[in-house]
Design a protein around this ligand. Structure first.
Ligand code: MG
Length: 374
């Protein structure tokens, strides 16, 4: 590994772990964080959670697990080139969606509505809750006891009232400072990953067509160049080659603009990073192109009637489960039957932890009269 840039996060400038531990043997502190994330229960559940398409709709669509792995790949490429901490961006990327409910954004919106009177539900906050409190794997502490920089990277967004409650890890939302460059990279790698894989999955599913997308963002330029260089190329290969070039263009643009920003702002240390403006960024031009692609995906894919049907069903499943558990605590597994004052939060933790198919099964077990009396 190349030497880290002076403004990278390292074991030396890290704010460390909440519960002090001996230095790891044979791996870095942030590799240890990554390893703990990979061994967590919440990580394994990502395999059966919806990204856009429900997990059982097809074997080739992205799930939250493959999405997270793609984010980590993109983030590592960027970090390596900028001489930043690859292990840290990998840990943040793999953990960034751990708090997601089943059924993607529809599930999160439904749970947030259910929790309105009880402090709300935010998936970023939930990801932090998973690694800080909910994982039960270690004898000496709850959660995974990750380094401060991994935790602050996982907490991508956070409302101000919640930030005030969370303390140091959320201080930047209150005092207008920035997280590490590694956290900023993981955040934009997420955007690169989902724009590109949603285009790919959208085309594969037939919910969007090549014709529809052939005027949007940077897609048409690459589509044309592939067609010209490879006349008669089969469509699946054409799409892959186009998407591959798009990812490459976005990554290169981000690296160039970020290098530029680092020079322009004279960044020399991690403190400079925290005090400065957001430094990891696309060029103005690429930002515009991405905006076009995102709004296309929003209207044509995420709002497609077939996706909306899934979302409506997801909404019903989550709200029904929440109402049933609030109504009768005894329907919950014993470890979630907590005291009255935090019952809603315990139920939200239970529901958020479910995979798509587990939530569907729970719903059937509780609401379907005449079957599965177990
Ligand atoms: Mg994501």
């Amino acid at each position: 590994m190349k030497a880290l840039a002076p403004y990278a996060v390292s074991a030396e400038n890290s704010r460390g772990r909440s519960h002090p531990e001996d230095a790891p043997f044979g791996r870095t502190e942030f590799q240890r964080d990554r390893d703990r994330i990979i061994h967590s229960t919440a990580f394994r559940r990502l395999e059966y959670k919806t990204q856009v398409f429900v997990n059982h709709e097809g074997d080739l669509f992205r799930t939250r697990l493959t999405h997270s792995i793609e984010v980590a790949q993109i983030a590592r490429s960027i970090a390596r080139r900028l001489q930043l901490n690859e292990d840290l961006v990998e840990a943040i990327s793999l953990a960034h969606d751990l708090g997601h409910t089943p059924f993607g954004h529809a599930g999160q919106d439904a749970l947030n509505e259910c929790m309105k009177a009880h402090g709300g539900f935010e998936h970023n906050l939930q990801s932090l809750r998973v690694v800080d409190m909910l994982e039960e794997r270690y004898a000496n502490f709850d959660g995974l006891n990750l380094c401060f920089e991994t935790r602050e990277g996982i907490l991508k967004h956070c409302s101000l009232p919640h930030a005030a409650e969370l303390g140091e890890v959320a201080a930047r939302f209150l005092n207008n400072t920035r997280p590490s460059l590694e956290a900023q990279i993981a955040n934009l790698a997420d955007e690169i990953a989902y724009i590109n894989h949603d285009v790919d999955d959208g085309l594969r599913s037939g919910l969007i067509t090549l014709e529809q997308i052939s005027t949007v963002g940077i897609f048409p330029a690459f589509l044309e160049s592939v067609r010209q260089e490879h006349p008669g190329i089969p469509e699946r290969r054409l799409i892959h080659e186009t998407v591959r070039r798009m990812i490459n263009a976005m990554v290169s643009d981000l690296i160039r603009q970020t290098e530029d920003n680092l020079t322009r702002h004279g960044v020399r240390s991690l403190d400079d990073v925290r005090a400065g403006p957001p430094l990891v960024a696309f060029s103005e031009e690429m930002r515009g192109e991405n905006r076009a692609l995102k709004s296309f995906l929003y209207t044509q894919l995420y709002r497609h009637y077939r996706v909306m049907r899934m979302s409506a069903k997801a909404h019903r499943i989550i709200s029904d489960l929440f109402a049933a558990f609030m109504d009768d605590n005894r329907l919950l597994p014993p470890q979630y039957q907590l005291a009255e004052h935090n019952r809603a939060r315990a139920i939200a933790d239970y529901i958020a932890g479910m995979t798509d198919r587990y939530a569907i099964r729970e719903h059937r077990l509780i609401f379907s009269v005449g079957e599965n009396f177990s």
